[in-house]
Ligand binder design. Sequence first.
Ligand SMILES: Nc1ncnc2c1ncn2[C@@H]1O[C@H](COP(=O)(O)OP(=O)(O)O)[C@@H](O)[C@H]1O
Ligand SMILES: [Mg+2]
Length: 414
Amino acid sequence: MKITVVSGNDRLAEAMRLVLEKAPLRVEPENVRVTAFSDWVSQILGNPKGSPREARAAGNSGEAGPSAPEIPDLIILDGAALHSGAAFDDVARLSQHLPFVTIFLLAEDRQASLLLDAMRAGIREVLSIPLIPEEVLSAIARAGSRIPNVDAGGRKGKILGFVACKGGSGATFLAANIGYALAAEHDKRVLLIDLDLQYGDASFFFLSDRNVSGSVAEVVRQAERMDATLLAASCSRILPNYSLLPAPEDPEEAAAIRPDQIERLLALAAANYDYVLFDIDRSIDAVSLSALDQADAIFPIMQSMVPDMRDAGTMLRTFKQLGYSESKLHFIVNRSDKKEDAPLKPIEKGLGIDFYKTIPNDYLNASASVNQGMSIVKLAPASPVSRAVRDIADDLVGVVADQDHWFRRLLRRA
Ligand SMILES: Nc1ncnc2c1ncn2[C@@H]1O[C@H](COP(=O)(O)OP(=O)(O)O)[C@@H](O)[C@H]1O
Ligand SMILES: [Mg+2]
């Protein structure tokens, strides 16, 4: 695990070095770098004033060039370097550029306003000065469990594919909101990739046109430079730990995307995020096949009406012909209405599968969520749809280990 300590204070850095030597994770002492904040941040960001987009247009992706410092797994910032609001803006830009990097802040005085600024800037933990070794080490252990390739076996994020058995079933809506629940409630690093390359609309679920930047085409086009920094810089932010890579706007760009490019994109994404969700059109071609092949789980979304059932049957047959095991397929019945719909048991029997989950219909809250560009989980937490979405996120995460986030603890105390 590579750690960079950013501090102008040699004594503090030395104290940190001593604490880090006790870390159970392999922390190579030479990876503990001590450096002043402003020099370091401008080296990392390349172009301190511009947006990631402008930086790229100027030929600087913000990635490590010959003179740029190495990107660590964990950055420990000395709060003394961050007196101005502008410095917090820099930290926010840093965490936006490098969502896969964990940032800690060291602070003598942990007032609520500082903690709020820290949280907004994407800082994961605020640690005390003077250093408390146990506090530092347990925070590092938590960070270590989030970093790919640090724990045994090389961690890889889960790739989850969402596909509608019939248009309008809610595949995009569910992918976007399950992604939101994984990020907001489980503190996971989540990436939603809109692979509905021609008609992708995932970005409308969260962002206005103005906020959308980058696209799948933009990332894969720069194959030789395709790395975590480029990927992060091409995404739009929904939450500090939830990013969206939109579909290309231009149909020609969409048509030029090749299956091998999608394969590389997903592999890169899985190495850098805990969960990679993609939304894809149901018509299967070489490109969508390469994504579906790589998925750890596929969620076909259907409604319980006759035409949907027929299409679900066709989709199931197609997936079986492709050699996908039933355990990879998780059919979800969306917009279910117990009073109006046909009972589900006979449908399951007819298809020869068990449904993974059933999501109730809640037209008002779902429409409000889409119209306001806000996740239903946030907008209407008590909606039965939000409950069902949270239930799926809980199930995907399994044991809820990382619930006790420092900011939630703070709020509880306040
Ligand atoms: N459980 C639900 N209850 C009510 N409306 C829903 C539900 N799920 C999705 N919707 C609505 O269905 C619309 C279409 O969903 P969308 O995800 O775009 O479909 P798809 O991607 O499958 O074509 C959304 O705008 C949303 O308002
Ligand atoms: Mg869709």
